[in-house]
Design a protein around this ligand. Structure first.
Ligand code: PXL
Length: 273
């Protein structure tokens, strides 16, 4: 039996909804063996981020080396990288192991406003990591930060996607979740030539903690299995739609999504336990 493997290089969310925890749950649900290199530990729950404890660049390098020199990975996802030093060593390791299926979720700010990426690190993301990326998955505020332009409508999203593509990343996915005024939710994919649009129903809920991580992790799992970028994004859109729809109502603030929902729907299972 040959199992596909994915490595997430990201921060830990003690609350279990975002970060490494969301990534590993998503990999597991999509039948991919998950591995992790932790960049920072957050003390966090559904009410917010209460502490951020970055690891040293050396600790990050050693985790990646341990995986690259033994288990290997069919796809890599990056999430919270926190500072430019970590971004630079992660980029070096990706080059060293010749990893080409790299999905970059350019995590910057947590839902409550806590910074998960220092300001000085945005340039490092653009200069070191994006040129190595197969896919980047910004939301609208992240696309604005990376391009320096305002993104108000779909035309702006196309322009921003072209700018991001010019940084060297092969496929750009700009997520429409933050465009609250739009009734339909439209995620855009640009492969350097063509634009594709994935529309889904906007769901009215406060329980969307970790949606960005989960979405990018689903793309990573599908790419690890050898799926095309278009098919991977299509699955990720479905995965996150089900995860948001089947609310599990945990915590007092912005609760996590339901990582079981996509497979349960596929299997026609009900929540009976
Ligand atoms: O969703 C972005 C994100 C990524 N990584 C970690 C997080 C968060 C949001 O809170 O905590 C560790």
């Amino acid at each position: 039996m040959s199992i596909s493997k994915a490595l997430t290089i990201a921060g830990s969310d003690s609350g279990g909804g975002a970060g490494i925890q969301a990534d590993l749950k998503t990999f597991q649900e999509l039948n991919v063996f998950g591995m992790s290199a932790i960049t920072a530990v957050t003390a966090q729950n559904t009410l917010g981020v209460h502490g951020v404890f970055p690891l040293t660049a050396d600790a990050v390098v050693q985790q990646i080396e341990a995986i690259g020199s033994d288990l290997g990975a069919d796809a890599i996802k990056t999430g919270m990288l926190f500072n430019s030093e970590i971004i630079e060593v992660v980029s070096d390791q990706i080059k060293r192991f010749n990893w080409s299926r790299v999905i970059v979720d350019p995590v910057m700010i947590a839902k409550g406003g806590a910074s998960l990426l220092q300001d000085e690190a945005v340039e490092a993301l653009k200069n070191h990591l994006l040129p190595l990326a197969l896919v980047v998955t910004p939301n609208i505020p992240e696309a604005e930060e990376l391009t320096g332009m305002k993104v108000n409508n779909l035309d702006d999203r196309q322009t921003a996607a072209k700018i991001l593509h010019s940084y060297g990343v092969k496929n750009v996915v700009i997520k429409g979740g933050h465009a609250d005024s739009e009734e339909q939710l439209v995620d855009l994919l640009f492969d350097g030539t063509e634009f594709s649009y994935f529309t889904s129903r906007r769901i009215d809920t406060k329980n969307t903690h970790g949606t960005g991580c989960t979405f990018a992790a689903a793309i990573t799992a599908e790419v690890a299995k050898g799926k095309s970028i278009f098919d991977a994004v299509e699955t990720a859109v479905d995965f996150i739609q089900e995860a948001i729809k089947e609310d599990i109502g945990l915590g007092l603030g912005h609760g996590p999504t339901n990582h079981w929902a996509y497979q349960m729907k596929r299997r026609g299972q009900q929540y009976v336990e």
